[in-house]
Every structure is written in structure tokens, then in C-alpha cells.
Design a protein around this ligand. Structure first.
Ligand SMILES: [Fe+2]
Length: 154
């Protein structure tokens, strides 16, 4: 991975967290089901915590991006979570999350030592999301345990 690709992958990760925070925040606000709302609020916190970790890289490489479009897309898809229903959303998310974990791991593998802390957190948070989805689909009540562990680190 050359430097240009590395920075473009960091930007992909950063804008993904901006998007994800808006997505889960919107779903938390719109959900009538209190449990769904509570879970989405925790996931929104995890996205925000990940973005805060990535801020060091945004600063270091002077990365710029347009918040608005990612927030707007996140809000739209956050409303869709509620329209579509929780179970169906988990099935959909489950199809995509593995690829995102792989892509983030590849980014971490290509990172210089001093960037690895933020990117380790990025990978860990996506694995916590994958765990959450897997547990939700299995009907477990412990689905947020990995997310809570990570949030305690912040
Ligand atoms: Fe995320």
C-alpha cells in the first residue's frame, strides 16, 4: 500500500465513523422500541469514540473531508433501520461487516508504528460491531459486551 492509498483508506475509515455515528444516533432517536434505541445509542457512542481516536491521524496528515454528506447519508440510512426493522437490518449488516473488518486490518497492517494505536482501536471497534450483530442474530442479551469493554478504555 503506497502513501496515497494509505491516506485514502484512513479517510474512508474516518468518514465511515462520521456516517456511522449519524446512522446509529438517528436510529436511537427514532426507535420506538426502547431496547433498540438503547443499543443504537451505545453503538453511536462507539463510533464517536473511534472517530476521536482517529482524530490524531486526521491532524497528523491534515486530512480534510466534507462532514455534511456523510452525516446526511447516515441520517437517511438510520431512518431506514427503523423502517426496515431490526432483525432484517442485522441480516443486512452481517453481510457487510466482515469485509470492513478485513479492510481495516489491512490498513492496520500497512500503518507505521506511531499510527497503530488509533488503527488498532478502529479494528477492535469493528470486531465489536461484528460480535454485536452475530449475538443479536443469535438472540443473545450480551450483544453489547465487547462494545462496552472498548468504551471503558476511552
Ligand atoms: Fe464504525
Amino acid at each position: 500500500m503506497n502513501q496515497e492509498e494509505y491516506l485514502s483508506e484512513i479517510l474512508w475509515a474516518v468518514t465511515g465513523e462520521v456516517y456511522g455515528q449519524a446512522l446509529f444516533q438517528t436510529a436511537a432517536e427514532q426507535a420506538e422500541d426502547k431496547e433498540v434505541s438503547r443499543k443504537c445509542a451505545v453503538l453511536a457512542d462507539l463510533e464517536a469514540a473511534t472517530l476521536a481516536r482517529l482524530q490524531t491521524l486526521i491532524d497528523k496528515y491534515s486530512l480534510t473531508y466534507n462532514d455534511d454528506e456523510h452525516i446526511e447519508r447516515g441520517r437517511q440510512n438510520g431512518r431506514k433501520i427503523i423502517e426496515r426493522g431490526w432483525q432484517e437490518t442485522m441480516v443486512l449488516f452481517n453481510e457487510a461487516v466482515g469485509d470492513d473488518v478485513d479492510r481495516m486490518e489491512r490498513l492496520l497492517d500497512n500503518a507505521p508504528e506511531e499510527d497503530s494505536g488509533a488503527l488498532q482501536f478502529l479494528v477492535a471497534h469493528e470486531k465489536a460491531l461484528a460480535f454485536f450483530i452475530e449475538q443479536e442474530l443469535a438472540g443473545s442479551v450480551e450483544s453489547l459486551s465487547e462494545a462496552h469493554k472498548l468504551l471503558q478504555e476511552t
